[in-house]
Structure formats: C-alpha cells, structure tokens
Write a new protein. Sequence first.
Length: 551
Amino acid sequence: MVADAGSEGGTLINGVQTSESVLRVGDLICVGPAVMRLEAFDSKDGKPSAEQTPERETGTQRRRRKRSTAAATGGEEGDPERWFGALDRIADILATDPNTGIANSLEVLVSALGARGVALVEWERSNDVRVIRHSAGDFRPPADLDEYLASTVSPASKSVASRVPHGNVAIAIATVTSDPRRHHSLVVLGEFAGREACSRFLELFLKSVLRSIPDPPAAERVRMRRPVRDVVFPKGYVVGRSEAMMSVYHQLRHLLGGDLPVLVTGETGVGKEFIARILHSSSRRSDGPFVAVNCAALPAELLEAELFGIEAGVATGVSKREGKMQLADRGVVFLDEIGDMSPALQAKLLRVLEEKEIHPVGARRPVPLDVRVIAATNTDLVELIGEGRFRSDLYYRIAGYTLNVPPLRQRRGDIAALIEYFIQRVSIEIDKRTAGISVRALGALTEAAWPGNVRELEHEVRRLVYLCPPGEAITVAMVSPRVVAPTNVVSGGLLDPDSDLTLSHHVDELERRLIALALARTHGKRATAARLLGISRYGLALKMQRLGIDE
C-alpha cells in the first residue's frame, strides 16, 4: 500500500496521480524526482538479485555487463538507464496532458530507444489488429502482424508477455491480456541498440499507458460507438496545465461514459462551451451532432420554436422546421445561459427531459428524443430558485453533476500558453509576422485581473497583434492602460498629462495600488500578500501605515 500524506507534487502510480493505492508487482511509483519500481524476489534469497537491482552495480561491473551483452547480440546494448529515466518523463506526460499524452509518450519512447516507429494496438482473436495510437513518421507494420500476435499469446494468459521476433522486419512486442478475448500490444519497429534487452522497459511502458486510460465495463463497451479511452480536446482549444484545470479534466474523465446531465458553471468568458465540446468529443456520442443554444439570445416565444421545432401551417406562411433538440438527436444539446430561460419554457423543457420526447409547436404527436443535455450558466441557480425565478425540479434534472470552470485569475499558469496561441492564430489570420512578446508585456498580461477571462484576454492579444509593427515584438507600451495599471482595485484614474509630476507622489500612488491589488488577490492575508510583493510582512505593515491603507 502507498498513501500520499498531502505532498505538494503528488504521487503517481503508473502515471496516474493517486492519494492511496494498493501496489502490484511491476508498478511504477513516481514521487518528486524519484522513480521506483516494485519488484518481487524469493524471500529465501534474503535479498534481490543483481538483475533486479542494477543500481547496486559498480561502474566497472556495469561496463563489463554492457560489453558482454553487446558481444552476444552483435551490437550495443542500448542505454537501460536512459530508458527507465524516460519513464519519469512519460509518467508526467500521461498525468498532465489528457489529450495528447499517449501520442507524446510514444514519441518519447521512439527517442529513448532509437526505434523507427511504435504503435499501441488493440486486437481480438476473431478480428484484425486495430491501431489506437502510433508515433509520427514511418510506421508500417508487417502484413502478418495479426497472425503473429495470435500465435504468441496464450488465450489463458493474464500477464505481460514480451516477444522479439526475427525476420524481414525487426520488431519488438509487449502484450497485455486484459481478458481471454481482448488484448493490447505495444509494437516497436526497427533495428535499435538493445532490442533483445528491452522487454522489461516495454512492459512497464505499456502498463503505464493502459492504466492511465479508463477501461469501461464490458457491457458498456459493447454498446459504445467507439471505446472511451481518453479526454479528446476540440481543435483550437489550449490545454491548461494549471492545477485548477487539471482538476477539471480529472472530473471530465469520470463523466465520459453514460448520459448523466452536466451543469457547467463559471464566470462569463471562461470557456464553458469548450468544456461541453470536450465532453461531447470524448464520449460515446462523439459521432453524433453537438448543437448549442443560447437561451438568453431569443425571447421565450421564439426560443420554444427554436428548441422544439414547429409544424407547417401553424400560421400563415409558416413551414415545418426541426428544432435544435431534434437536430441534436443521438448527440449532445448544449443549453447556454439556461438561467435566463422563462419559467413557462422551463416547465416544457422539464417535461421533455422526463418523457424523452418533444412536442413541436402545432404538432399532434410527440417525437422521441435521444440526447444528452449539458447546460451552462454564469449565475447562481440555487439563488434563482430561492427568488422563484428557476424551477427546483428542473435544476435537479439538469445538474446530475455540476462542473465549475475556474476563472483565469485562478489559473495564471495557463495564461502564457494562451497568449502564445492567440498571437500565432491572429498572426496567421492577418498575415503579419511578429517577433513574439517582451518579458514585461507578458508579465503585465499574466498579472492582470481579467474580469472577462479568456475571452477578454483573446481580444486584448488580438488588439496587440494588430498594433505591433511587422517583425517586431509586442511591448508593454502597447498593452491597454487598464491592463498595465488596473484602476478598479483602488480609487483613482489614469495619469492626467497635466497632473503633478512629482516623482514621490506617483511612487506612493503606485505602491498603494500594488498593495491593494496584492491584498485583494490574497483575500486580505498579509503574509501571502507580502510574498507576492517581495517584501517582509513587517515591511508591508510599515508601508500600509505610511500610506494610510487600512484592512
């Protein structure tokens, strides 16, 4: 058993962060910079063998072992220390990048081995081999790969089996049998140093990858249109690596199977629709449509027809039109700003969700419906229920799980990546090459309050790219004054050109603003605010007293 007692960096078991876990032989444990592997040995031996504890070898012993292996194989053994060192990096990738983690890990594997290509495949004895992920570049497995896999793995085998066949194509294979009919294999192509000695490394890599992917129950897997294995991000989405966003992705992984209604909450501009699209593209409904409806954009009379459709002949000149709910059949409907929906329409939506059928305006018969509902709001629906503006029964119907998207100020570690992406995208749009962004400008954007969150940041970066001269870098002088000197923290406006230019007067004013900003960001905690300002707590108290800043 391993338990994390609240460490800052966390504990990873086979690339998955955990608070408590039962260990099995072969498990890879990552704690900070340390990478450990659980091994088994006969208690009669009194100690592990030298093969199980290579770290006990002296440098001379290790060099002799490498020379002897190279002589036996006709080439260099490779670098096992480099291989297992790569597992630390692979574990970090699998834990922090839900979308491209497997693909990036395969690239690390190719680099560590010096192989030509590698692929993760799934296969059954009755079907052809299916490639789940493969490395970039030239990956062309032998035509008889499926026959070879079927002949090397025993139907009753439950353990990891490694094979290094010889033939026209140099290939190394490690296989995991999750059940007698379903198998996963790691296929590595190409001649590389130590190919015959890489079995253990490939086994650990394969087990780490597979354990980082949620494996749905067999009954669920049969009815899925495709296996749910990882969080899939839509095009144009910048994957946040901050702790706050990693928590969101972790919650998303638990929501991929089934049709549990999800309520996405968060401030305006945080990207709630992106989260809904991630959930759609990662779920079994990814082959179906994703239809978004802004409940605040239309009056109640028009919104009903927009949602449920309308029959021909309801009024003069009206033709039949399918509603958004019908268009989302077998997919996902995203109800944005659902808190602005009228009470009358809330009652009709509740009936649709309970009966799983809709009544288009003017229709005589209901239409069956198969959709997953994801709703979003930037208001407190519980507060609206107390005010009588939102139905409690509808709330419990749409809030099967509530997922809160943190504001940008709570995930400042993601701002730099967002800025880089927006600069590149806008530069391509307007065909203007820039030399990036200066450190001071990046610092100003990172420390800004961003009440409009990602949407506001995108508009500011777009403005900066337009202002920046071609071939030059974005400087802090180009940044909007409201970003560089936020005036909403303390009273006072921007510097008037005709105002007093005495330096001491403006230094005091700047200190007041920075101290007020630090105290606001830390919710009045002086010790934390002092650390942000780079001064001691006593020094902060003296400055507050001198400048007349109270609690």
